[in-house]
Design a protein around this ligand. Structure first.
Ligand code: CKX
Length: 609
C-alpha cells in the first residue's frame, strides 16, 4: 500500500473499519516485552481506551509519569472478500513513536507522534480469521527528536520525561486507528492550487495514483450541482462565478477524483475543498487579495482525563467558544492537531497557522526562564543537530502532505521559539524552510514563532519568515505587576526596533498572556488575578493598535492546560482565556467586546503604501 496520508473515507471502492474501543495495555518499565513474546500477547494487561492519552486515567504517580515503552494489543478481522485489495492499518497519531506487529511479525516503525501513518498488511494477515495487532509505543524525550527534551533515570531506576517545553508529555495512541481496504490501483495523494484570474477562478490539480489508468475530476457545489470537470492526472478546472472560501464565511466544493477503466470506477476519493488564495504582500496578509487581521488563540489539544487524546466533544465546544468570542483564527501550538479539527476549521471558516512539533529547541529544562534571564545558550551547536534535523524535515513532509489541501491552513509554523539568538540556528532553519517551501504548491507563508529574547538586534533568522510571529510577555515574565507601565515602554521600544529592521513584513503576536487563577479577584489587581489579566491584555492591545504592521493577535492560550508540576505552574499553565473545562474567565468577555468591534478591514494599509 502506498504511504498515502489521505483521510480515511469509505467510497464505492474503499472500505474503512474503525478499530477504536478498549484495547489491552501494559507498561514495560524493564524493557522486556520483546524478549518475552509480548509481540503476540501481553501477559498482564489492563484495558485502555483508544484513542486517548494514558497518563490521567491512573490514580498513582508512577503511571501518570510513566516514561518508556508501553504496549497495546487488540484483535481485528479481515474478510476474505478483500483478498484482491490492499489492506492497511492507519494510525492517525501514535505518540511519540511506534513499532507495529501483526500476528507477531514486525511490520512497521514510525517516529513522530502527531502525524498519521499507514501500515501495509498484505502478506501479514490471515483472511477470514481474527488477527492480533500489537503496538509498542515509546514516549521518551530526546534531544535529537521532536518535541525536544531529555529522559532522566531516577535512582529507583524509573525514567522520567524532562520536556524542554511547557506542556505535559501526554502519549499513547492519541487518535483513531482504522483498518483500510483500497483497490490495488488507488488514489494515493492529490494537491490543489487556486488562482484568481480576473473573473475566472482556476484550480490547478495534480493526482498521484498507484497505476496508469485515467483519472477524472468532477467538482460539485454545496447543492450537489456539478460545476466543473477535467480528465488527466494533472490539469486545471475553471469554476464560473465561484463562491470563494472566506474567513468566517466558508464555502466548500466537493472534489471527486475517480480512476476509471472505461466506464468502470476503479477508485473514488472525494474531499470538500475551499477555494481561496493566501499571500503576503508588504505588511499585509491577503486572503483572496484582501487584507485580513488575525484574532484568535494559540491552543493545545488538552482536556481533563483524556489529555491529548482525540476528543470530538471538546473540539466542538472550542469552535463554539471561538465563534462566540468573535475569533477568526488559531495556531496549532505546538504540534499538528487531529485532522478533524482542520475539517471543522474548513467548514467554519477559521484561519489556521499550522505548527509542527518542533518545540523546545533551547538549551535547558527551564529553557524559557534561562533564556529570559539572558543566560547564554547555544542549542543549535549540539552534536544531536544532524539527527534532529532529519527528524524535523521528515515531520515537515508529513505535516504538509497531510494538511496542504485545507483552505483553513494559511501558514506553516516550522518551529516554536527556536533559539535564534545564535548564528548556528540559521543554517539549520534555512534547510527546514527550504523543505517546506518545496513541498507546498500553494506557497503559503512560512514562519517560526520568535522567543522573547530574540529581539530585533539579536535575532539571526527573522529574514526567513514571510510573517513574523512574536511570542512576547512584557507585563508577565518581563516587568509584571506594578511595573506594567515600564513593560509597555519596553514593549513599544522593541516594536520600534522591529519597525526599523523589517520594513516590509506583517507581524502577528502568536503569544502574549498572563497566568490567571479563575478564583482570584483583587482590587487593585495583582498578578494572577482576573483583574490583572484584563489590565495586561488592555496594555498589550494598546501597543498592538499603535503599530500598523501588526496584523494579528493570537493570545496565549485559549484554555488552561496541563504541564509538568513545578514552582512555575499551579496545576498547569493558567494563561487560558477559558478554564481547562472551557468556561470563561473575565478576559473572555473583554475579548468578545474587542473582537466584535474590530472592523473586518482593520489595519488595511493598502492605500497607505
Ligand atoms: N511560550 C517565554 C511557549 C509556550 C509556553 C509559554 C508560557 C511560553 C513563553 C515563553 O509553550 O506555554 O510560558 O506560558
Amino acid at each position: 500500500m502506498s504511504q498515502s496520508l489521505l483521510y480515511p473515507k469509505a467510497s464505492v471502492s474503499r472500505r474503512v473499519v474503525d478499530l477504536c474501543g478498549f484495547w489491552k495495555f501494559q507498561f514495560d518499565p524493564e524493557n522486556k516485552g520483546g524478549a518475552e513474546g509480548w509481540t503476540t500477547k501481553l501477559p498482564s494487561p489492563v484495558s485502555m481506551p483508544v484513542p486517548s492519552s494514558f497518563a490521567d486515567f491512573f490514580t498513582d504517580k508512577d503511571s501518570r509519569e510513566y516514561t518508556g515503552d508501553f504496549w497495546y494489543e487488540t484483535e481485528f478481522f479481515v474478510p476474505g472478500e478483500w483478498r484482491d485489495k490492499e489492506i492497511g492499518i492507519r494510525f492517525a497519531a501514535a505518540a511519540h513513536r511506534a513499532v507495529v506487529f501483526v500476528n507477531g511479525r514486525e511490520i512497521a516503525v514510525h517516529e513522530g507522534g502527531f502525524t498519521p501513518f499507514v501500515v501495509p498488511l498484505n502478506g501479514a494477515v490471515k483472511w477470514d480469521e481474527p488477527n492480533i495487532l500489537v503496538v509498542k509505543c515509546n514516549n521518551e524525550l530526546r534531544e535529537d527528536r521532536i518535541p525536544v527534551g531529555v529522559t532522566a533515570t531516577l535512582q529507583n531506576g524509573r525514567k522520567m520525561a524532562k520536556p524542554y517545553f511547557d506542556f505535559f508529555n501526554y502519549a499513547g495512541l492519541l487518535r483513531p486507528v482504522t483498518l483500510l481496504a483500497l483497490p490495488k490501483e488507488h488514489i494515493a495523494d492529490f494537491t490543489v492550487r487556486h488562482e484568481l484570474k480576473g473573473a475566472d477562478t482556476l484550480v490547478h490539480y495534480s493526482v498521484e495514483t498507484t497505476g496508469d489508468n485515467v483519472v477524472n475530476l468532477a467538482v460539485f457545489d454545496e447543492d450537489g450541482k456539478q460545476v466543473a470537470s477535467a480528465s488527466g492526472k494533472d490539469g486545471i478546472v475553471s469554476i464560473d462565478n465561484a463562491r470563494l472560501w472566506n474567513v468566517r464565511d466558508a464555502y466548500l466544493y466537493k472534489f471527486v477524483f475517480r480512476i476509471l477503466d472505461g466506464s468502470a470506477i476503479i477508485d473514488e476519493y472525494s474531499e470538500d475543498i475551499g477555494i481561496r488564495t493566501v499571500e503576503v504582500r508588504g505588511t499585509d496578509i491577503l486572503l483572496n487579495g484582501k487584507p485580513v487581521y488575525l484574532k484568535g488563540f494559540g491552543k493545545h489539544e488538552d482536556s481533563d482525563s483524556n489529555g491529548r487524546g482525540y476528543n470530538p466533544a471538546v473540539i466542538k465546544r472550542d469552535f463554539e467558544l471561538m465563534k462566540w468570542i468573535s475569533a477568526n483564527s488559531f495556531r496549532t501550538a505546538h504540534y499538528p492537531y487531529s485532522e478533524e479539527i482542520y475539517q471543522m476549521a474548513d467548514r467554519e471558516g477559521f484561519l489556521v497557522i499550522d505548527e509542527i512539533a518542533a518545540v523546545g529547541m533551547m538549551t535547558s529544562t527551564l529553557n524559557f526562564m534561562d533564556a529570559a534571564n539572558g543566560k547564554p545558550t547555544a542549542f543549535f551547536q549540539k552534536e544531536t543537530m544532524p539527527q534532529l534535523l532529519q527528524n524535523h524535515l521528515t515531520a515537515v513532509e508529513e505535516l504538509i502532505r497531510r494538511d496542504r489541501n485545507h483552505a483553513c491552513v494559511v501558514a506553516w509554523c516550522l518551529a516554536n521559539e527556536p533559539e535564534t539568538t545564535d548564528e548556528s540556528a540559521l543554517p539549520y532553519l534555512e534547510k527546514v524552510f527550504a523543505r517546506a517551501r518545496s513541498l507546498d504548491v500553494q506557497k503559503r507563508p512560512c514562519t517560526f514563532t520568535s522567543l522573547m529574547t530574540a529581539t530585533p538586534d539579536k535575532c539571526k533568522c527573522v529574514q526567513l519568515c514571510d510573517i513574523v510571529c512574536l511570542n512576547r510577555y512584557y507585563g508577565w515574565y518581563v516587568k509584571g505587576g506594578y511595573e506594567i507601565g515600564e513593560a509597555e515602554l519596553w514593549f513599544r521600544g522593541e516594536l520600534e526596533g522591529w519597525r526599523k529592521r523589517c520594513t516590509d513584513k506583517p507581524f502577528v503576536f502568536s503569544e502574549y498572556g498572563a497566568d490567571t487563577d479563575e478564583a482570584l479577584h483583587k482590587l487593585p489587581s495583582v498578578m494572577w488575578s482576573q483583574e490583572y489579566q484584563t489590565e495586561y491584555l488592555e496594555m498589550c492591545h494598546r501597543v498592538f493598535d499603535s503599530f500598523d504592521f501588526i496584523k494579528g493577535e493570537q493570545v496565549w492560550n485559549f484554555a488552561d492546560f496541563m504541564t509538568v508540576e513545578g514552582i512555575m505552574r499551579v496545576g498547569g499553565n493558567k494563561k487560558g482565556v477559558f478554564t481547562r473545562d472551557r468556561q470563561p474567565k473575565a478576559a473572555a468577555f473583554y475579548f468578545k467586546n474587542r473582537w466584535e468591534s474590530l472592523p473586518g478591514d482593520y489595519k488595511d494599509n493598502r492605500n497607505k503604501r
